[in-house]
Design a protein around this ligand. Sequence first.
Ligand code: PEP
Ligand code: CO
Length: 452
Amino acid sequence: MATVPALHEWAPDSWTRFKTLQQPVYRDQAALKSAVDSLAALPPLVVSWEVDALKRQLARAQAGECFVLQGGDCAESLEDCESGHIVQQLKILLQMSLVLAHGLRQPIVRIGRLAGQYAKPRSADTETVDGVTLPSYRGDIVNRAPFDAASREPDPQLLLRGYERAALTLNFVRGLIDGGFADLHHPEYWDLQFMRHSPKYEEYQRVVDNLVGSMRFFESMTGRAVHDSNRIDFYSSHEGLHLLYEQAQTRHIARVNRWYNLSTHLPWIGVRTAALDGGHVEYFRGIANPVAVKVGADADPAYLRELIRILNPNREPGRLALIHRLGNAKVESALPRLIEAVRGQHQEVLWICDPMHGNTESTATGVKTRRFDNILGELEAAFRIHHDHGSRLGGVHLELTGENVTECTGGARGLSDVDLARAYRSTVDPRLNYEQALEVAMRISRHAELRR
Ligand code: PEP
Ligand code: CO
């Protein structure tokens, strides 16, 4: 285990004194400084009251009073910032949250992987094709995916394009929600058109009818509208990978005398950048947001305990979520160790399961995919193992889309490797499509008893 530097004064840029992985190398430092300065002057995307409200919700999830649904694209692209895509993402998350609320009989905290999920960690800094070596694609906020020298050159202006697209996305999401898009009195508004042909449609419709029926019954008995039924909370999250972007949106809030990352409500640290002595842990330790860290199967107990001590020294409920992403093959052996390591710390984290990133594989023809059965297998094992160890799974983290893509195999329609070519759109990791995502929500709902 790496030795941890002595605690020192934190500042939004103190991370620059630490070894910081996965950062792009920009050729033009003057252009970079000018883009980061502009970003620092632009208004924040979220406000500190919302961030504090999410932290309170996560504290409730940690106490077992609600359940977290976090999901969205693996990588957002600048082109996908259009109304159709955003509406579909919001709809599938709303539909899943309805199914989960019904099954688990608890409020659901909805958190999108959106409005800033533009920076991606890569396993290598460069990629070589036919003898040509270029920088790896690191997400649309850094460079572009096509394999040519101009596209792959990190461009500081993309930091601003990413910020702008994030702002446009959030503006639309806020408008839809404030305008009653998620009003339970009109669930038909947020139905997905193609849903009607899904093998899961009837089951979904039964859940909706049931919920609407209960709500109308309550309203007719009491003569009052169900509180807030026309307005829901929806929060944003992304991997806080590109630290110049995160730093530029870090603001001091005088009312509490603390620094907040106001580019998103919930930033998380990816598994590749979670070293105790790295720049990411240093940056995250000083912000007041709730934060999450991805945890892989090789994390050892001493590492976890130290991570918790650094990121949540005051044992604040709702401050720290650990998102385990172990893989279906390793969840049985790895998860009990993680749970025991944290228990020594008096269960002061919120546990979330990401059943996607430990289950990525390649088909015989080299297409990146994930099997539905492995995703579900890991998730179901996680519920059971937490329960058996006196712990509680408080949420799920998924890569999904409300669109009819073919990126993961299996599910009710039994997609196979040959189906993947039909509608594979992700530039990075394979996502659950709308039917597979809904099916996951239905299956989680059956685990209500394991959350008590
Ligand atoms: C991701 O969430 O897209 C990701 C890269 O995850 P991880 O850090 O768990 O590999
Ligand atoms: Co991913």
